[in-house]
Design a protein. Structure first.
Lengths: 389, 350
């Protein structure tokens, strides 16, 4: 197995991109990444595209060859593969791209993630995205993703004394960081009172505890570490790429307040990289719901089980903290175009590790972690990225 | 442009229902819904009221106030998205009812909520060209939102009629400008009972873009700024949109005061901006400048730069009801009565 590096990154603005099509944003992100990697399309060996629900959302399947085609690359006959894993589709595509390059079969690949969620009515989008939960065991009884995460939140509050304000702080932090990210869906700051006082979605989660429905695309170019210096002065090495899965339905978990897929994927990733959570300075984690961020911080190993709320309140994960989370604004503020999320997380880490994150730069960051979660945790993908000097 | 408004009249059905009452039935915080929309009450037509009867009421008021001989009307257009018949015009029934037939041209207009302003533009053209003496433009609707849909909290009924002519003009039309694009924000297909809408898409790319662009083009065309106007009237699908767009354009609360009627009667669709204009004219003296910017989904905006004349000082406003009386009065009904009069109860049969 070869070492794999990220050579280039690209990302569109996230938000309600009503005047832009799926194919348009897909190409924009991919092209940006290629230009950033100083590669031409002739150098490519393949495309991996993370996407959750193009068929239901935009009536289009076979989107991987579609993006190749509209990019003018149909005649190159490159292999193009769509990867689906609910909200973790993007990071899962990255894992596939990583395997392809690490194996030595491919040298240079583009990994993209794209989703267009706002071309259908909000209620339809909510129905489609809820299919990332177990349709027969959960959704058919009326459960939506926020409803299931609300169950987790209630139990976490009961077991560990987590408060409503502990949850709300996650959203306040996300918008604080999002305000510094020009590509973020939301750039407005929020107060604790605003988050706590917002109307309910599924109590205790309110409107401002939940990430929005967004459109957007992100892409990275991967290549073998041995060739990386020809393309960039600051190659970012993928120190670990790990996937773990779990039961689809929340009720089948051993503990509903624990994401076993995250526990296992993180454990495997730190083993692979021979590093520990304490070594991570910057992390992009799953804050689709404020509770999912707190649970993730615990299950990734950053804090003890049940302690995420108070630790978050202490500033442990904010600017100047030991590990700064979601400098991009996270899913909450940067936005949540399902299939693009996992790739965008890595785009942000690469910018941080290269020292190109401007206002939101975490100084001296050398190791970053990205955690992408599908549904309520049936899939978790964890990547560790490291600046290779 | 010599043609202008010679007379006008408005009509709003008597019944009202509150967002709180609607929310009570659907398990929604109706009061918060009403506050969010900026709607306190909405009007509800009786079973024997439709856009024909509403148009007739409004036009009769206009004809008496202006002492206009109906036989002098050369064109009559009714703009609405709730014409009682899919085929067979509303305009002919209204024309016959007021005694304007048979020597006139008549037609129904449809352009979502701006069919009434489009009818005014057509009348201005015919009168300005000297083809007719008086043209009548009516904007009216009895639209419905699907039960439980957000639209149900605002969709109401009403109408306003404007007589366009060249003699004894009470309000001059200095200029009219339109801004039109293909923007699918709100629609109802043939045979569908209730409309569909694009949720948040109806905001920025639809209402706000068209109203703002059209207002800018209007002011640029006549060389005015917001402070030149005594009054401004926007299309008002709810109470919030017109206030927000007014503020964005640089208008103040006092300028919007009379033109904003939706909070008290709901969204009367094709009549909304026109009832707002009627209310402004009810209160205006000579020499007051008014900017009107309508909006219709699909989508387009019509803007008018208006100015009241000396004639308005002696214009007979006493006949018929003032818009203010429609805003203040009304009889509140329950959702059960509302469901009955709006035909939402399944009576069996086909």
């Amino acid at each position: 197995m070869r070492d794999v590096a990220v050579l280039g990154v690209g990302q569109t603005k996230f938000g309600e991109l009503w005047d832009r099509s799926f194919r348009e944003i897909g190409i924009e992100a991919g092209l940006q990444a290629l230009v950033d990697a100083k590669l031409s399309s002739h150098d490519l060996d393949g495309l991996f595209l993370g996407n959750m629900a193009s068929g239901a959302l935009i009536d289009q399947e076979q989107i991987a060859p579609l993006i190749l085609d509209v990019a003018g690359l149909a005649r190159s006959h490159l292999p193009a593969v769509r990867v689906e894993g609910g909200g973790a589709s993007g990071a899962l595509a990255l894992h596939q791209g990583y395997l392809a390059v690490a194996s030595g079969l491919y040298d240079f690949v583009v990994v993209g993630g794209a989703e267009k969620l706002t071309d259908v009515p909000d209620a339809t989008a909510a129905e489609i995205t809820s299919s990332a939960a177990d349709t027969e065991w959960e959704v058919v009884f009326g459960a939506t993703l926020p409803a299931l995460w609300a169950l987790v939140a209630r139990r976490h509050m009961h077991d560990y004394g987590t408060t409503r304000e502990d949850l709300a702080r996650v959203a306040v932090h996300a918008h604080e960081m999002g305000s510094k990210n020009p590509l973020a869906h939301y750039r407005n700051k929020l107060s604790l009172a605003q988050v706590v006082g917002a109307g309910p979605v599924a109590e205790p989660l309110g409107v401002l505890d939940c990430a929005p429905l967004s459109d957007g695309a992100a892409a990275v170019v991967l290549g073998p570490m041995e060739l990386a210096r020809q393309h960039t002065d600051t190659p970012i090495r993928i120190a670990a790429s790990q996937v773990a899965c779990d039961t689809m339905a929340v009720q089948h978990r051993q503990e509903i307040t624990r994401l076993d897929s995250t526990v296992v994927a993180a454990h495997r990733a730190f083993e692979q990289a021979r590093r520990a959570p304490a070594d991570v300075q910057v992390a992009e984690i799953h804050d689709a719901y404020t509770i999912s961020a707190l649970v993730s911080l615990e299950d990734l190993g950053f804090v003890e089980k049940g302690r995420a709320g108070p630790e978050f309140a202490s500033g442990r994960f904010g600017p100047g903290g030991k590990t700064v989370v979601n400098t991009s604004g996270g899913l909450k503020a940067q936005g949540r175009p399902f299939g693009a999320v996992g790739v965008a997380q890595v785009v942000e880490l690469v910018r941080q590790l290269r020292g190109e994150a401007k206002d939101r730069q975490v100084s001296g960051a050398t190791l970053g972690l990205a955690q992408d979660v599908g549904g309520t945790g049936a899939t978790t993908v964890v990547h560790l990225l490291e600046r290779a000097n | 442009m010599e043609a202008g408004i010679v007379s006008y009249g408005a009509y709003v059905p008597r019944h009202r229902i509150t967002p709180t009452e609607i929310g009570r039935v659907w398990g929604v915080d109706g009061e918060a819904m009403g506050q969010g929309l900026g709607v306190r009450r909405k009007s509800v037509p009786d079973p024997d009221e439709d856009t024909i009867t509403i148009s007739t009421e409004a036009l009769r008021t206009a004809l008496v106030r202006g002492a206009i001989d109906p036989q002098q009307i050369g064109a009559l257009y009714v703009g609405s998205e709730s014409h009682p018949y899919a085929v067979k015009p509303t305009a002919t029934v209204v024309a016959q009812a007021v005694g304007a037939t048979p020597n006139l041209t008549a037609a129904d207009f449809e352009f979502a909520c701006k069919a009434g302003t489009a009818a005014i533009q057509t009348c201005l053209g015919l009168v300005g060209a000297g083809m007719i003496k008086y043209g009548v433009a009516i904007g009216t609707d009895t639209s419905q939102g699907a039960p439980g849909d957000a639209l149900e909290y605002s969709a109401s009924a009403g109408g306003a009629a404007f007589v366009i002519g060249r003699d004894r003009v009470i309000c001059r039309v200095n200029r009219t400008v339109s801004y039109t694009t293909d923007t699918p924000d709100f629609w109802r297909r043939e045979g569908q009972k209730y409309p569909s809408h694009g949720g948040r898409f109806t905001g920025e790319p639809a209402y706000f873009r068209h109203v703002t662009e059209c207002a800018h083009r209007m002011m640029e065309a006549v060389g005015t700024t917001p402070k030149d106007y005594g009054h401004v009237v926007f299309h008002q699908p709810n109470g919030k949109f017109p206030q927000r767009v007014g503020k964005q354009l640089g208008f103040t609360e006092p300028q919007m005061r009379y033109g904003l009627v939706t909070p008290a009667i709901g969204n009367t669709y094709s009549a909304a901006a026109l009832i707002g204009l009627a209310n402004v004219l009810d209160h205006a003296g000579p020499g007051e400048k008014i900017l009107v910017v309508g909006y219709g989904s699909g989508a387009g905006s019509d803007a008018f730069d208006l100015e009241t004349t000396e004639e308005i000082a002696t214009y007979e406003k006493v006949y018929g009801r003032s818009v203010e009386s429609f805003l203040e009065r009304g009889v509140e009904i329950s959702y059960a009565q509302y469901a009955k009069v709006r035909g939402k109860i399944n009576m069996g049969g086909s």
